[in-house]
Design a protein around this ligand. Structure first.
Ligand SMILES: Cc1cc2nc3c(=O)[nH]c(=O)nc-3n(C[C@H](O)[C@H](O)[C@H](O)COP(=O)(O)OP(=O)(O)OC[C@H]3O[C@@H](n4cnc5c(N)ncnc54)[C@H](O)[C@@H]3O)c2cc1C
Length: 394
């Protein structure tokens, strides 16, 4: 049985792995194709800022973080191959150390992805997976049980197989739309336009604020938007704001910052009133609250003018600082993308309705999740699930 896996991100690598681990009797001939000269480019990019591989949560809480399929689908997926299985694989099969950070996120001890990728490639080679770099899928068709793939628009690079699975990735961090999108349009697949997700937002900052604050962190704040709330740290940029809270719940429109989430309105007021001298609300804040420099600058340059003289209004500004998130930054800067192949095109076993024996998974499908390890976890869980579906179909 010949099986082709196309795309060497975490989803494709995990599909190849699970197939290879089930191939005790060598009945499967597994081939992994990648259009680039090297495997796992986006995994390497993700590792450049600390490779966050998963998150510690109950299955219910974990599955609540996903959009796309319903909750039960995500729960089943994670039940079959969840955070523990993924961490176990990295530690036991690849020999890499992981750790759980204080933010409940799992990381690879080395923080980078290069060694993980090296060990993973070695593991696949040792388990007889044949790797073909520089092979870009340019067409595919099925005839009866037989699947034919074409690479690099070259008829000499045709590959006939019994099952195929595509894990071609999304449109984040890409200069142009991925080439597979054109191929899928030409085959009349239903596609959802790509949108940036887990991305910074544009905000109109006042020039003086920016001069003093660009590149500085807003520490221990809480962002509230229509999509939810998230504590964390964000960095002020020339065009707006970046960081986990805005990646998690950013959406265009009005939003609020709580600049002192660990204290209630009354507690802040009580602290500010402790000052006996006749100081302005802003001076009291500087003396009493220990806000970070960026938060103080924000109050100084952007708080409603009344708060400069009225202590209650200053406290209100600290707890409900109004900001306006204009628009997300472009796909080229985004950590993930929404959109891609519509979920209506694949069954719950990830098999294409239009092409029997051909499966799809990972970020090329129209689902989304916040950062925090939820993305990579979903990709490896889907890769594992596709492999299981392939094995069940043989
Ligand atoms: C800056 C950045 C930081 C990130 N940090 C994190 C993080 O800390 N934690 C986290 O969980 N997630 C993170 N992510 C997201 C994570 O990297 C992705 O969700 C994940 O890589 C998607 O996996 P995938 O296998 O679906 O696709 P990809 O990793 O995109 O892999 C798809 C592969 O398919 C190949 N391909 C495409 N078209 C073809 C074709 N026609 N023929 C052959 N091959 C093809 C591509 O070259 C690519 O190698 C980050 C992403 C970015 C950009």
């Amino acid at each position: 049985m010949k099986i082709a896996i196309v795309g060497s991100g975490p989803a494709g690598l995990m599909a190849s792995t699970r197939l290879a681990l089930s191939n005790q009797a060598n009945q499967l001939d597994i081939h992994l194709f990648e259009k680039r000269p090297g495997l796992g480019r986006k995994l390497l990019i993700a590792g450049s800022s600390g490779l966050n591989i998963s998150h510690e949560h109950s299955l219910q809480d974990f599955s609540n973080h996903y959009e796309g399929w319903d909750n039960d689908f995500w729960k089943n997926l994670l039940n079959d191959f969840g955070p523990k299985d993924w961490i176990n694989f990295i530690e036991k099969k690849l020999g890499m150390e992981t750790f759980l950070g204080t933010s409940q996120r799992y990381f690879v001890r080395e923080m980078k992805a290069s060694n993980l990728l090296k060990q993973w490639t070695r593991f696949l080679e040792e388990h007889h997976v044949t790797i073909h770099a520089n092979h870009e899928l340019s067409n595919f068709n099925t005839e009866g049980e037989q699947i034919s793939l074409q690479f690099n628009h070259d008829s000499n690079l045709n590959f006939e197989c019994d099952r195929a699975a595509f894990f071609l990735g999304g449109a984040s961090w890409e200069k142009e739309e991925p080439s597979w999108v054109r191929l899928f349009h030409s085959k009349n697949f239903s596609m959802v336009p790509f949108e940036a997700s887990n991305v910074g937002y544009e905000i109109d900052w006042n020039e003086k604020f920016l001069k003093e604050t660009e590149g500085k962190p807003l520490k221990k704040i809480e962002l509230h938007t229509r999509r939810g709330s998230k504590m964390g740290e964000m960095v002020i940029t020339q065009y707006g704001i970046e960081g986990t809270p805005v990646y998690f719940c950013g959406t265009s429109g009005p939003a609020e910052l709580d600049l002192k989430p660990d204290l209630s309105t009354d507690q802040i007021l009580e602290k500010l009133n402790r000052v006996k001298e006749n100081l302005s609300p802003m001076r009291r804040v500087k003396h009493q609250l220990g806000l970070c420099e960026a938060a103080e600058n924000l109050l100084f340059h952007h708080a409603p003018p009344e708060s400069k003289t009225d202590l209650n209004k200053m406290v209100n500004a600290i707890k409900h600082f109004p900001i306006y998130l204009k628009s997300p930054r472009p796909l080229l800067e985004s950590i993930s993308s929404k959109g891609g192949l519509s979920l209506t095109e694949v069954s719950k076993a990830f098999e294409m309705a239009k092409f029997k024996g051909v499966f799809c998974g990972g970020e090329m499908l129209d689902w989304d999740a916040p950062t925090g390890g939820f993305l990579i976890q979903a990709c490896v869980s889907q890769g594992a699930s596709v492999a299981k579906s392939i094995l069940a179909s043989l």
